[in-house]
Unconditional design. Structure first.
Lengths: 293, 383, 299
């Protein structure tokens, strides 16, 4: 007993107790998801009792697999469609906003900055309700894909701004000054000296918007119009307590894999592209991750 | 056609309440190596940025070969800058960096290649075309930055403390290289630095600035030997400033009273009467045995002997209370000057200079820049 | 020169979008909350002119918030869930963040990656995972029965407050750990070494040096997850689906299902937003005071 206690209380070594807690937490955090992914390969209909290995819910089953079930397929397609449109619209808007905010010297800069920050601290239900009401009563926008895209872009912009602005601030104005000194017009300096240095941040924000869009629930649900415009999170919400099959697990697992792969890719590209420049990798890691918060 | 004379006429720039550049008049000749020297915050970098076009003046004129440039944006002035941080485009290789300005000017491709290759050879970076800035050392980056500006054959080249980020040895080597390049290309260099040794080494003429104003413009020797104000005297090297009461000229020299002692000062404002300062350079101070006598001698005691390798510095407290530093080049001869020895300090009249009276603001600036009585304040001559 | 408008013009499209789709919609909430009701079409009618605002709906919401009434119960329950979940998150999250920041050396990279992975797993997927485990024939019940803790399967998913709190903790704790880690990582190692050097045992150094220094980080991370937690409704719907455990978010959600009760829902949203705004202001006030203090202190 004494030896166990000593092992725990080693003053120079790692605090074993803390380490144990940390690893236990990691297991507790990730195991349920892994188990859910595992069950997507279940042979039977149960999501809780293992009945053997099978690929039926992924593509084998001609009626109920992710590949063949029209409801599941539809949700997948809608999720990807919204994500694509979200990326296409939110990133340019956000990049422009980031550049404008960093360089703006006048009076409008501060209010616009606050305007950009507010979506980040607003609970989603407040944002969803406000969009719902304004579409219903003022703008007369019908619910459905358009409304969903409009809503998703609205909260995505702020994340883009934060990513790009961080990069902008570390780049500084000197490259553009040098370009102008060498004969480039202000617009030319922006295009040739600044923009190329922003590509890593733009790419990172594309991926972040993608991930945010795919996983979004509240705003997307409020803006939806029935089964046609269901996304994967909405489908999960509707069917998880009912008679959902492991196909649901498969669908969700698919999304997880796609998201993790794209985030991993983004991280690698970001590090590769910034390798000659003074951005620490842990800084980038923290940046990208802290955005979800 | 490359002239490159720059004239600043009553140039003024304000940032909020503060006048960073407060009405300065500077005439820089074509082809000269001209330094703007001063402590941080004196306005030298702002002046450079005004000439480059990154700041707009609040008053006065900037003339390049007689033409007022104040309304011309930076990308249209025949002036190029070497930035303190080099600002090499990280995403372009050395060739593209140097060719950048040529491409903006729509120079033909064949000509670009020739000019870039030649200028890279001139800065001894031939063969480095494909490297990226991140793969270069500090000294190499600095030379690429130089090449990038030189290839455009500007009339005037502005350099903003380009050697600041390099270690001492590299800095000295590059100082000589820069000077050689300037002489070879004949371009006007306007060089900003806070390092007075650097300015003295490289410049044809120097302008010492303080608080947005020009204190003095002179050649290096002129500046060092004949400082016109207390600030200039103290900023360049050790100055041995002493407060005296001047009593006017008498036979080619000024009679000054230092405490209980009377000294004849043969240079500067010898006709002055009233409270002022005298100054003498440490290498002109002569330390004699206590028994020696004669004019311009003040008794004192050696407080400290500081060894500087090739020279020795004696810190002596005079009977009047002032601290004086004397500099000996170690030439092999020995002496008995040890700490605590009583000596006679001879301040030769021909080396003693009377300065015009200074304002309290000036004295404050002097105190900020060079804290009195610091043994490490010895600049020129020591290595 | 046209330079003054050059840079702000970049920001215009984004700013315009946010004004149209974020700022104005918040006004729409107010207009509906203080609007009237069209009896013919059974739809709420927003009133845009402040001079004509009707406060009937707001009054009914406020009376519902009096102690003992319907909204009050839900509100108190929500505060309770958030508080308990927050405590749970801190209890679990702080040690992990601390270990990561101060001790893990070789495994730090791996642990950081493992920490960040849940961020990118959809919240609903993580809830799906727990539903699978908490089903009557799920792994949780079967393991507990095998070990002997319980004798019959428990209905974890039927209106159990404990399940909801557990799910909230599981769902939100990653969002707490990362900022906490960032704060703790930033504490200068030499300050802690000084604490040890001056005679503090590890525990006392922690209590008297680390904990106070991380106080602000704890507050910030707590606010960061409390805000969205207050608006959460889907966790309850998925894990419990019972009015016994409904939170404020569920109440609001209810009023927007049908379409005729929008004014009440909007009024509730306003009340919730004001409550959260008070929380936020308190947090900001503490932040401003803290940074003013640290500017004067050496630490």
């Amino acid at each position: 007993m004494r030896r166990v206690r000593n092992w725990f209380a080693n003053p120079w070594g790692q605090p074993r107790a803390l380490g144990a807690i940390t690893w236990l937490y990691m297991v507790w955090s990730i195991a349920p998801v892994l188990i859910a992914i595992l069950f997507s390969f279940n042979n039977g209909r149960s999501r809780s009792v293992w009945q053997g290995f099978s690929l039926r819910w992924w593509w084998r089953d001609p009626n109920n697999s992710v590949l063949h079930d029209p409801t599941l397929r539809g949700a997948l397609e809608q999720s990807l469609r919204l994500a694509g449109l979200d990326m296409l619209i939110a990133v340019p808007l956000g990049v422009g906003l980031a550049i404008g905010l960093t360089r703006w010297r006048g009076y409008g800069a501060k209010p616009v900055n606050y305007l950009m920050l507010f979506p980040l601290v607003t609970p989603e239900i407040v944002m969803a309700v406000s969009l719902f009401l304004v579409f219903d009563h003022l703008y007369n926008v019908p619910f459905g894909t358009e409304a969903q895209v409009l809503g998703q872009v609205t909260f995505s912009i702020s994340y883009v701004v934060i990513i790009v602005r961080g990069r902008l601030l570390s780049v500084g104005p000197e490259y553009e000054e040098a370009a102008r000194d060498l004969g480039a017009s202000p617009l030319g300096a922006f295009r040739l000296a600044l923009l190329p240095l922003l590509y890593p941040a733009v790419f990172a924000s594309l991926i972040v918007v993608f991930a945010l869009s795919i996983d979004d629930f509240v705003v997307t649900q409020y803006m939806s119009a029935g089964q046609q415009t269901q996304t994967v999170p909405i489908l999960i919400y509707q069917t998880v307590r009912g008679t959902a099959t492991p196909a649901l697990n498969a669908l969700a697992s698919l999304m997880v894999i796609v998201t993790l792969l794209s985030v991993g890719l983004a991280y690698l590209v970001y590090r590769w592209a910034s390798r000659a420049q003074p951005v620490t990798s842990s800084g980038a890691l923290n940046e990208i991750a802290a955005l979800e918060a | 056609m490359k002239n490159g004379a720059v004239d600043l006429v009553q140039l003024r720039k304000q940032f909020g309440e503060v006048a960073a550049v407060d009405g300065i008049d500077v005439s820089i000749e074509a082809g000269e190596f001209f330094s703007l020297l001063g402590p941080s915050g004196c306005g030298k970098t702002t002046t450079l940025r005004l000439i480059a076009g990154f700041e707009r003046p609040d008053g006065g004129k900037i003339l390049l070969d007689g033409e007022d440039m104040a309304a011309t944006p930076p990308h249209r002035r025949k002036v190029n800058t070497v930035f303190q941080s080099y600002a090499l485009f990280p995403h372009l290789d050395v060739f593209d960096n140097v060719a950048f300005g040529l491409r903006r000017a729509h120079v033909k491709k064949g000509e670009i290649k020739g000019r870039v290759t030649r200028v890279l050879e001139a800065v001894q970076l031939g063969g480095y075309e494909k490297r990226k800035p991140g793969q270069l050392s500090g000294g190499q980056q600095q030379r690429v930055a130089l090449a990038r500006a030189l290839v455009l054959e500007p009339s005037v080249l502005l350099l903003d403390e380009p050697l600041g980020a390099l270690d001492a040895k590299l800095r000295k080597a590059l100082q000589l290289e820069l000077k050689a390049i300037q002489e070879r290309f004949g371009i006007t260099f306007v060089y900003v630095t806070h390092d007075q040794e650097e300015a003295l080494t490289m410049s044809d003429r120097i302008a010492v600035m303080s608080g947005g104003r020009v204190e003095q413009i002179a050649t290096p020797e002129g500046m060092y030997e004949e400082p016109e104000t207390v600030f200039v005297a103290d900023f360049l090297g050790v100055s041995n400033l002493m407060r005296v009461r001047a009593e006017g000229a008498d036979g080619g020299a000024c009679l000054t009273v230092l405490g209980d002692f009377s000294l004849r000062a043969g240079r500067g404002e010898i006709a002055h009467q009233g409270e002022t300062h005298i100054v003498i350079r440490p290498e002109r101070v002569v330390i004699e045995p206590y028994e020696s006598s004669g004019a311009n001698r003040v008794p004192g005691m050696i407080e400290r002997v500081v060894y500087h390798g090739s020279s020795e510095q004696l810190v002596v407290r005079l009977a009047s209370g002032d601290i004086v530093q004397a500099l000996f080049v170690r030439d092999g001869s020995s002496h008995d000057w040890a700490q605590g020895t009583a000596v006679q300090v001879h301040l030769p009249a021909e080396a003693l200079r009377v300065l015009p009276p200074s304002s309290p603001g000036e004295m404050a600036a002097v105190a900020e820049v060079a804290p009195p009585d610091s043994g490490a304040a010895l600049e020129v001559g020591a290595s | 020169m046209t330079r003054r408008w050059f840079w702000p013009s970049f920001a215009l499209p984004g700013a315009g979008w946010l004004i149209l789709l974020f700022l104005i919609p918040t006004y729409a909430v107010v207009a509906v909350a203080f609007g009237t009701f069209d009896p013919i079409f059974s739809t709420p009618v927003p009133i845009w002119n402040p001079l004509h605002w009707q406060f009937a709906s707001m009054r009914s919401v406020l009376s519902g918030l009096e102690p003992g009434h319907a909204f009050w119960i839900v509100f108190v329950r929500t505060v309770g869930y958030v508080a308990i979940s927050l405590a749970g998150c801190l209890l679990i999250g702080y040690p992990v963040a601390y270990y990561l920041a101060r001790h893990a050396r070789r495994t730090k990279g791996l642990l950081l990656v493992l920490l960040i992975v849940p961020f990118w797993v959809s919240y609903l997927m993580r809830m799906l995972a727990w539903v699978g485990l908490l089903l009557p024939d799920g792994l949780v019940n079967r393991t507990l029965m095998d070990v002997g803790v319980i004798s019959a399967p428990r209905a974890w998913l039927a209106g159990q407050a404990s399940s909801v709190v557990l799910a909230l903790v599981y769902g939100y704790v990653p969002y707490l750990i990362l900022p906490l880690y960032a704060t703790l990582d930033r504490i200068d190692r030499s300050v802690l070494e000084a604490g040890r050097d001056l005679g503090g045992s590890p525990i006392r150094t922690f209590l008297h040096v680390t904990l106070p220094l991380s106080r602000h980080g704890i507050l910030a991370a707590s606010v960061l997850i409390a805000l969205p937690m207050f608006g959460d409704y889907y966790t309850n719907d998925i894990i419990s689906n019972s009015p016994r455990t409904s939170m404020i978010g569920n109440q609001i959600n209810l009023f927007f299902q049908g379409g005729s009760e929008q004014a009440v829902g909007a009024s509730l949203v306003i009340v919730l937003s004001l409550f959260l705004a008070v929380l936020m202001s308190y947090y900001l006030w503490i932040t401003v005071r803290a940074s003013a203090e640290t500017k004067e202190s050496l630490l």
